[in-house]
Design a binder for this molecule. Structure first.
Ligand SMILES: Cc1cc2nc3c(=O)[nH]c(=O)nc-3n(C[C@H](O)[C@H](O)[C@H](O)COP(=O)(O)OP(=O)(O)OC[C@H]3O[C@@H](n4cnc5c(N)ncnc54)[C@H](O)[C@@H]3O)c2cc1C
Length: 457
């Protein structure tokens, strides 16, 4: 299922025309505006310094691209071990049969901006006092300024009874993985035929796209309805959170949808493990009674199970002393940055954004899109010896797919107030909309690959 525009872009790419030359097409299609691209080019700086970017995902590549536009003398090295650039929001759509696996990735070598030096290796350590990065191959790379964007570390081993390699065993699935999403799609279709009980869960740590587990649950429900098998399946949603969703503008409608679709919601429940042979999930109900935390274990049978792995900052972040050491963000060592400027609180030559950043907002690429120009401008100010003045308002978005054809487009800021960045002002955005489905399925992916990663969107 592809937009005609995307087909055309891919055909040009097959003919060997660089992905980076598609700007005019995107501008013509209104995906990025001419005004927007002029704005990007209206700013420049002759600041100098060696910049090292750790991690070339949504945040790292977009930052490198912006800095290439804005610096007259850029000296940028990007370290990332991956051959592929994944559009991860597409994993949910693979798991529901809307996208094919090959729709969501491109070769990393084609995504790295021209002029950026790529070291294809993993970072093993950072010494923020000596301003030096060490890779897994023991290469030592000095820097003047560091952009810390390695995303999350998925800690699969924290769910007992299953590993990344055994994903799918005992019909236990996770869309938080490219292969996992493909297995989920096969299993979802089979589950719709055989029927039984589906258990859908998230995790207790901050995780990327908090909406994703809810989306795959609602899409399963709609899939069974469309295939006339809804009466054969019982679906239950278990969340580790104390409410299904915590953005007041959108929560009432989401709760209503779960009720209308007969999916009971269980709160404050963590997955401890899964017995894939017995097809049982081991849960812990976590309650606070007075001052005390009371944990009550219980077990539920399932026929289909979806879970999310606990997530944290990569180990090297904690080991380098770059993570929060107190407060809610300390347990997973999310990077200790100022939530407005995205500059590190101890080391002012480090900026961090994207999923690894320790800021109180949702981990989404929509958030990354808004963080990039702010972090890039602030980094340039630091390079110029000035104070960072650009401020991020916490914008994040989560398009919650509620069925095949509708999306509840949740956009909000640090105050959990709704913010609208797409031209849907004539629609009631507190409810699911078809227009938002079109945006999610056809527009956001080209915007990611051709706009954002080129430093324009
Ligand atoms: C199932 C799912 C659904 C999602 N749905 C949505 C959605 O609907 N909307 C939305 O906006 N967002 C969604 N997201 C979230 C979005 O994909 C992330 O927020 C976004 O990719 C974060 O960008 P990032 O650059 O911080 O991390 P990533 O894009 O994950 O990139 C991290 C990069 O760092 C590299 N790296 C990791 N460790 C190291 C190391 N030690 N050394 C060097 N490099 C390293 C990796 O190879 C990778 O290239 C979803 C994610 C998933 C998994």
């Amino acid at each position: 299922m592809k937009h005609e525009l995307e087909e055309q872009l891919e055909e040009l790419e097959r003919q060997g025309i660089s992905r980076r030359h598609f700007l005019k097409i995107l501008t013509a299609a209104g995906i990025i505006t001419a005004v927007g691209t002029q704005k990007v080019h209206a700013f420049s700086s002759d600041a100098k310094g060696k910049i090292v970017v750790i991690g070339g995902g949504a945040a790292g590549i977009s930052m490198a691209a912006r800095l290439m536009h804005w610096l007259d003398n850029p000296d940028i090295t990007l370290i990332d071990p991956s051959d592929r650039q994944y559009y991860q929001p597409g994993f949910t759509l693979i798991a529901s049969g809307v996208y094919q696996p090959e729709d969501v990735w491109k070769k990393q070598e084609n995504c790295i901006p021209d002029g950026v030096k790529w070291i294809k290796d993993s970072v093993a350590a950072v010494d923020p006092v000596m301003n030096q990065v060490t890779t897994a191959n023991n290469e030592k790379i000095p820097y003047d300024f560091l952009v810390l964007t390695p995303g999350v570390q998925t800690n699969w081993e924290k769910v007992e009874g299953i590993t990344h390699d055994t994903l799918g065993a005992g019909n236990a699935h996770s869309i938080y993985d490219f292969e996992g999403a493909q297995k989920t799609w096969k299993a979802l279709q089979e589950f719709s035929k055989t029927g039984g009980r589906g258990i859908y869960t998230d995790t207790y740590t901050k995780h990327k796209c908090g909406g994703a587990p809810k989306k795959i649950c609602l899409l399963t429900e709609d899939y069974t309805r469309q295939h006339g098998t809804r009466d054969n399946v019982k679906l239950d949603y278990f969340t580790a959170a104390k409410e299904l969703y915590d953005i007041p503008f959108y929560t009432p409608r989401l709760l209503e949808i779960y009720k209308e679709r007969n999916i009971p919601i269980n709160l404050n429940v963590r997955v401890k493990g899964v017995d894939t042979a017995a097809k049982q999930v081991h849960f812990e109900k976590v309650e606070t009674v007075g001052e005390e935390k009371v944990i009550t274990p219980f077990v539920e049978d399932y026929d289909f199970f979806h879970f999310a792995p606990p997530m944290s900052a990569p180990d090297f972040v904690r080991e380098a002393g770059l993570g929060w050491t107190e407060g809610k963000l300390a347990a997973e060592a999310w990077v200790m940055v100022d939530k407005a400027t995205l500059v590190h609180k101890t080391y002012p030559n480090i900026v961090s954004l994207g999923d690894v950043a320790g800021i109180p907002t949702s981990k989404t690429s929509a958030a990354v899109r808004m963080q990039v120009p702010i972090a890039a401008k602030n980094l340039i100010s630091l390079m110029e010896g000035k104070e960072p003045v650009e401020k991020y308002n916490g914008y994040a978005a989560c398009p919650i797919v509620t069925d095949y054809g509708h999306v509840l487009l949740c956009e909000f800021d640090y105050d959990k107030k709704p913010v609208h960045s797409f031209p849907f002002s004539m629609l009631d955005t507190s409810k699911e909309q078809w227009a938002a489905w079109l945006l999610k399925v056809y527009m956001l992916k080209p915007m990611y690959f051709y706009g954002m990663l080129n430093g324009y969107a």
